[in-house]
Design a protein around this ligand. Structure first.
Ligand code: BTN
Length: 253
């Protein structure tokens, strides 16, 4: 048990293919409020069909949820997961920030900050992959997968990534997960608090961005995040609200 102040059952594995796959299996069986944890994943997945490296020592976690919400509200849960992760990382001494929509980064120091070759605005500490099944008006289940490079050596990290070990020294993973999950559930129960907290931790607002959306590229200054997690970009043609896409931070003019 994690000794949690949130209504969650924990299922722990030394090794799994992917905690999200296990979460989907549980969700299909009707489970809710389960936290699947693994020390190591051998088939983990990232956003946009990317690979995700998940060696022993990280926090690899998937939350199975059954919210009474329309599918359109799902991004709020992903943003809440990014906020909870960022908060837990800051408590561990890591100056984490969120790049829209849900990459948790540690900004690169000084002159480099606008000029990293990856266009990510920093080194990646954590990422979130949310998967769902549902009808048009109601979510049937959600799996919010959260991967945090926690107690991982620099040599083991992918290019452009960092870890809690590198930034601040090791964390007690049990306590880290406890804080993260508690914070996530606090936001689930107070969804009005998600966007203000996200704005506070944002690395994206006020920056020039280039977002590849399904409908084309949107470039301009990121000026706000609005319900249910969309990014408002001030472009040459006026304000554009982007609901999904891959966001790159650009060098400021
Ligand atoms: C991203 O591309 O930034 C999202 C990465 C999400 C990785 C986590 S680790 C726990 C969960 N299980 C997976 O297979 N993926 C997510």
């Amino acid at each position: 048990s994690l000794g949690l102040d949130a209504p969650v059952t924990v299922e722990y594995h030394d090794e799994l293919g992917s905690t999200n796959d296990r979460g989907r299996e549980l969700a299909a069986e009707g489970a809710a409020d389960v936290a699947v944890l693994a020390d190591e994943q051998v088939g983990s997945r990232g956003r946009l069909n990317r690979e995700w490296t998940a060696p022993s020592g990280g926090v690899w976690l998937s939350l199975v949820l059954r919210p009474e919400r329309p599918p359109a509200h799902v991004p709020l849960f992903t943003l809440a997961a990014a906020v909870a992760t960022t908060k837990a990382a800051r408590e561990a001494g890591v100056p984490a920030e969120i790049k829209w929509p849900n990459d948790v980064l540690v900004p690169v120091d000084g002159d480099e900050s606008n000029d990293d070759t990856l266009g990510r605005g920093g080194r990646k500490l954590a990422g979130i992959l949310t998967e769902m099944e549902g009808e048009a008006d109601r979510v049937s289940w959600l799996v919010v997968g959260i991967g945090v490079n926690a107690n991982i050596d620099a040599e083991t990290l992918p290019a452009g990534a960092t870890s809690i070990r590198e930034e601040a020294g090791d964390v007690e993973r049990r306590l880290f997960v406890q804080r993260l999950v508690e914070e996530f559930y606090a936001l689930r129960d107070d969804s009005e608090a998600v966007l203000p907290a996200w704005r506070e931790y944002s690395a994206t607002l006020g920056r020039r961005v280039r977002v590849e959306t399904p409908g084309g590229v949107v470039e301009g200054e990121a000026v706000d995040v609005v319900h249910p997690g969309a990014l408002v970009v001030d472009t040459d043609e006026g304000e554009v609200t982007v609901h999904a896409g891959d966001c790159e931070h650009l060098r400021s003019a």
